[in-house]
Design a protein around this ligand. Structure first.
Ligand code: NAD
Length: 475
C-alpha cells in the first residue's frame, strides 16, 4: 500500500497536537448502564438471526465484482470519516466504556477508517510455464465471527469491517457488553452506507444485547467459518479451542528499554507520548521501562520535562493500593487520566501531567502486569544486556510489542532476535508501530499468538489455487 506523504504528515501533526495537554486528556467519563437496542440495519435480537442474515448476505456478495467491493469499502470509509461520526464514536467510546481520551480516540478512529488496507491488499500470486498457468488467489472464508474489545471498540469494528469485507466475507460482531449501544450504532451506520452503495443488506451484523452467551453461540454456529478475537487471554483461548480457524489478537505487556547510547531526551519524550496515548489503553503502548543505571536519572528528569510525574516511594505504595488488586488491575481505573489518578491519592497534579512514572523492582505489579493505565514502573539495571534479558522476561512470551531506544545496532538486533515480538519499535513511540507516524499500514487487530501479525484483508482469506493446463503461457 502506498501512503500519501501529505496525508502521513497531516496524521503525525494530529498525533502531536493530540498529545498536548488540554486536548482531551482531562476527559472524565462515567460508564452508563447498557441499554437494550432495537433491531434493524444489521442489528438482530438473537445471534442465530444475526449469523443467518450474514450468511445470506455473503452468498449474494460472492456474485459482486472487485470493483463493487472497492466501492463498498469506500462507502464504509466515508461513513466512518464524517466529522459527526468521528466525534460521536470518540465521545461515546469514552462515555460508555469509562476509559480513554476523546482526542486520541478521534485520531485512532480516523486512522482506522482512512488507512486500513482494502481490496488492494489481495495480490494474486502466479506461475506460468510449459505446463500452463497457475494462480493463487485470496478467497473469502464466508461468515467471520469477530469479537471486539472495550479498549478500541469502534476502531476495531471499522478496521475489521474494511479488511473482512474487502476480502469478500460477511462479519458478525460480538462486541464487549459495556459498549453495546455504540457498537449497534456503528453497525447500523455501516449497513446504511452499504445499502446506499448498492451492497447486499446485512454484510455486517450484531445483536441488540451482546453477552458471553451470545459470543459462545456465535463461536459454535456452524455457519461461522472463521473466528477473530481481539481481546485478553480468556477470549483468545476460547477461540483457539473452538475447533475452527481462529485468529487470536491477545494481550501485551510492551517493555521500553533505554540504553546509554540512546538520545535520552528523545527517548523520554517518545515514552511519555506513547505510554500516555489514549491513557495507555492500546495493547501496543509502553507498559514498563527498563533503563540502564548510568542514564536512568537523566531519563526520569527528561520524562518529567515532557509531562511525567515521578511518584515517591510512599506514593507508589498508595498507587498500588488504589490501582491493583493482587495481579489484576482495578477496572474502574483502567484508561483513566494521570491527573485523576494522582488526585485520588491526594497529590495535586502538575499542569499538563500525562504519565506517572514509578521506580520499582522488577517484580512490582506496575512492571509485571498489563495495567492499561498511564502509570509505568521503571526498573534500573546495570547494563544493556541485563535490560534486554529482563524485557524478554517481562513480555511474558506474548510476542506482542516491544520498544527500544538505542543507537547500538548490535544490541537492537539482539533484542529483536530474543524478544520475537510482532512489533518492535526502535527509537520512537510505540504507536509508530501501528502506522501512526511510522511506515506501514495500521491495524487494530495484532495477531501475535496465531502469527498473522498486523492483520489486513489477506489475513481473512483462504489461499486457493487455480490451474489452467497447457495454455496461457505466452513467453
Ligand atoms: P476482554 O478480554 O475483557 O474482552 C474482549 C472481548 O472478549 C469482549 O468483547 C468480551 O466481551 C469478550 N470476552 C472476554 N472473555 C470472554 C469469554 N471467556 N467468552 C466469551 N467472550 C469473552 O478485553 P478488553 O478489556 O475488552 O480489552 C483489553 C484487552 O485486549 C487487553 O488485554 C489488550 O491487550 C487486548 N487487546 C489486544 C489487541 C491486539 O490487537 N492484540 C487489541 C486491543 C486489545
Amino acid at each position: 500500500m502506498t501512503i500519501d506523504p501529505a496525508q502521513l504528515e497531516a496524521t503525525i501533526r494530529e498525533v502531536l497536537a493530540a498529545m498536548l495537554p488540554g486536548n482531551g486528556n482531562d476527559t472524565q467519563a462515567k460508564a452508563p448502564a447498557t441499554q437494550q437496542e432495537a433491531p434493524g440495519d444489521g442489528v438482530f435480537a438473537d445471534m442465530d438471526s444475526a449469523v443467518e442474515a450474514a450468511h445470506l448476505a455473503q452468498r449474494e456478495y460472492l456474485g459482486r465484482s472487485m470493483a463493487d467491493r472497492r466501492r463498498y469499502v469506500a462507502a464504509i470509509r466515508e461513513a466512518m470519516l464524517a466529522p459527526e461520526a468521528l466525534d460521536y464514536m470518540s465521545e461515546q467510546a469514552v462515555a460508555q466504556s469509562g476509559m480513554g481520551d476523546v482526542g486520541h480516540k478521534y485520531l485512532k478512529n480516523k486512522v482506522a477508517a482512512s488507512e486500513t488496507p482494502g481490496v488492494e491488499d489481495l495480490v494474486t500470486e502466479a506461475w506460468s510455464g510449459d505446463d500452463g498457468l497457475t494462480t493463487i488467489e485470496y478467497s473469502p472464508y464466508g461468515v467471520i465471527g469477530a469479537i471486539t474489545p472495550t479498549t478500541n471498540p469502534t476502531e476495531t469494528i471499522t478496521c475489521n469491517t474494511i479488511g473482512m469485507l474487502a476480502a469478500g466475507n460477511a462479519v458478525v460482531f460480538s462486541p464487549h457488553p459495556r459498549v453495546a449501544k455504540l457498537s449497534c450504532w456503528q453497525v447500523r451506520r455501516i449497513n446504511r452506507a452499504l445499502r446506499a452503495a448498492g451492497a447486499p443488506d446485512n454484510l455486517v451484523t450484531t445483536v441488540t444485547a451482546p453477552s458471553l452467551e451470545n459470543t459462545n453461540a456465535m463461536m459454535a454456529h456452524p455457519k461461522v467459518r472463521m473466528l477473530v478475537a481481539t481481546g485478553g487471554p480468556g477470549i483468545v483461548r476460547a477461540v483457539l479451542s473452538s475447533g475452527k480457524k481462529a485468529i487470536g489478537a491477545g494481550a501485551g505487556n510492551p517493555p521500553a528499554v533505554v540504553d546509554e547510547t540512546a538520545d535520552i531526551e528523545h527517548a523520554a519524550k517518545c515514552i511519555v507520548d506513547g505510554a500516555s496515548f489514549d491513557n495507555n489503553l492500546p495493547c501496543t503502548a509502553e507498559k514498563e521501562i527498563i533503563a540502564v543505571d548510568s542514564i536512568a536519572d537523566m531519563l526520569k528528569f527528561c520524562m518529567i520535562k515532557h509531562g511525567a510525574y515521578e511518584a515517591t516511594a510512599a506514593e507508589v505504595a498508595e498507587l498500588e493500593k488504589l490501582l491493583v488488586n493482587g495481579d489484576k488491575p482495578r477496572t474502574e481505573w483502567v484508561g483513566k487520566p494521570a491527573a485523576k489518578i494522582l488526585e485520588a491519592i491526594g497529590v495535586t497534579p502538575p499542569p499538563g501531567v500525562r504519565l506517572i512514572v514509578c521506580e520499582a523492582a522488577a517484580d512490582h505489579p506496575f512492571v509485571v502486569h498489563e495495567l492499561m493505565m498511564p502509570v509505568l514502573g521503571l526498573v534500573r539495571v546495570p547494563d544493556v544486556d541485563a535490560a534486554i534479558d529482563l524485557a524478554v522476561e517481562l513480555e511474558h512470551g506474548n510476542r506482542h510489542t516491544a520498544v527500544m531506544h538505542s543507537l547500538n545496532v548490535s544490541k537492537l538486533t539482539r533484542m529483536g532476535k530474543l524478544i520475537q515480538t510482532t512489533i518492535f519499535v526502535k527509537n520512537g513511540p510505540s504507536y509508530n508501530g501501528i502506522g501512526i507516524g511510522g511506515e506501514g499500514y495500521p491495524t487494530f487487530t495484532i495477531a501475535g499468538p496465531t502469527g498473522e501479525g498486523l492483520t489486513s484483508a489477506r489475513s481473512f482469506t483462504r489461499k486457493r489455487r487455480c490451474v489452467l493446463v497447457g495454455d496461457l503461457n505466452v513467453r
